[in-house]
Ligand binder design. Structure first.
Ligand code: ATP
Ligand code: MG
Length: 332
């Protein structure tokens, strides 16, 4: 069954310098129990997409079009209080900067207890016990529930936020770059924590990360975003092993570099897209080695390839396949 269905979502920010078309017609859906990866380089619109789904966009953001349904309910039409309930009970959000999710003047355990008791009839003692269990589930010492956010390292704070997000056993966990900026060993542990809890609670996961190796390890299906549009989507093994979009292909060439500390992950030559105007053609056209005339003038639709669960937005998708074969021939 479809849990989350996003159709043709478009979001622009009204900035002092004019509009910024950050998300331009994004569609994807997540079925029950599926781990879904949303990837793409910085500024591709991943966080904006997540915030639009969750109703957490700032006031200067405008949802231009699209629909977001969660179990058939229209999320964009919720009142703030309905949304508040939904966010804890059914969809948990682990934001890109964990510290934003924590109250600096309250113990972390106190915050978890408060979150639980706002939504569940649970005694103080039981809520505290639950907070301690959650701490252990994310690999933190249960004794530390009495400490304040500043007493934790960045990696531990991230785990506190995960524990908090999972307190009410949501159906969908949305995690925005939950491991960015943490060292690799901590990253692995946090991913393991999320996966373990997610399996135990049988929830679905929307994992936002620019790190393809994390998606490869963690997710069943994925979308690759660029310039606020979906370039390619489908089963992870199809997208990552047989990319059909030249952009994904370029990303994949950058894949080994992901192992480095290097934050500059994408080696596709050229500048990031200009988001100040609505795209008229393919957003990747200025950087694409295979761009043809149509690419500059006609936006490609995301279309299913003639095999299972793999779609691509590219007028010249077959070039992606050639490029892949050439790269493979060159490396053998
Ligand atoms: P990152 O990997 O760096 O987190 P992202 O894919 O999450 O990037 P977004 O944060 O969604 O990208 O940003 C998409 C575009 O929208 C960027 O150009 C960004 O500068 C712009 N943007 C994001 N948040 C705001 C905001 N609050 N106000 C104005 N512009 C914004
Ligand atoms: Mg982001």
């Amino acid at each position: 069954m479809t849990l989350l269905d996003v159709e043709d979502l478009a979001v622009r920010y009204e900035t002092r310098d004019g509009p910024l078309y950050s998300v331009n017609g994004v569609s994807f859906s997540i079925d029950d129990g599926v781990n879904y990866g949303l990837s793409g380089e910085s500024a591709s619109g991943k966080s904006t997409t997540a915030k639009a789904i969750l109703g957490l966009l700032p006031d200067h953001a405008v949802i231009e079009s699209g629909s977001v349904e969660f179990e058939g309910r229209d999320l964009l039409a919720l009142t703030p209080s309905q949304r508040q309930d939904m966010l804890w009970e059914e969809i948990a959000f682990i934001p890109q900067t964990a510290i934003d999710a924590l109250d600096p003047v309250m113990t972390v355990g106190g915050q978890i207890v408060q979150a639980i008791q706002t939504h569940r009839e649970l005694s103080d003692a039981n809520a505290r016990r639950r907070a301690r269990e959650l701490f252990e589930a994310v690999g933190l010492d249960a004794e530390r529930t009495d400490e304040y956010p500043h007493q934790f390292s960045a990696g531990m704070r991230q785990r506190v936020v995960i524990a908090m997000a999972l307190a009410l056993e949501p159906k969908l966990i949305v995690a925005d770059e939950p491991t960015t900026g943490l060292d690799v060993i901590v990253q692995d542990k946090i991913i393991d924590n999320i996966l373990q809890i997610q399996e135990e609670t049988d929830s679905s996961l929307l994992l936002i990360t620019h790190d393809m190796s994390v998606i490869a390890e963690t997710c069943d299906e994925m979308s690759v975003m660029y310039g606020g549009t979906v370039m390619e989507q489908g089963r992870v093994e199809n997208v990552l092993l047989n990319p059909a979009n030249p952009y994904t292909m370029g990303l994949k060439n950058a894949f080994p570099a992901l192992e480095d500390e290097d934050e500059d992950l994408v080696s596709v030559p050229g500048e990031p897209p200009n988001l100040e105007a609505e795209p008229t053609g393919c957003v990747f056209e200025p950087r694409c080695p295979f761009a043809s005339e149509a690419c500059a003038t006609r936006e490609p639709e995301v279309e299913a390839l003639p095999y299972r669960n793999h779609s691509v937005a590219c007028h010249n998708a077959e070039h992606g396949a050639w490029m892949r074969r050439d790269a493979e021939d060159a490396s053998t």
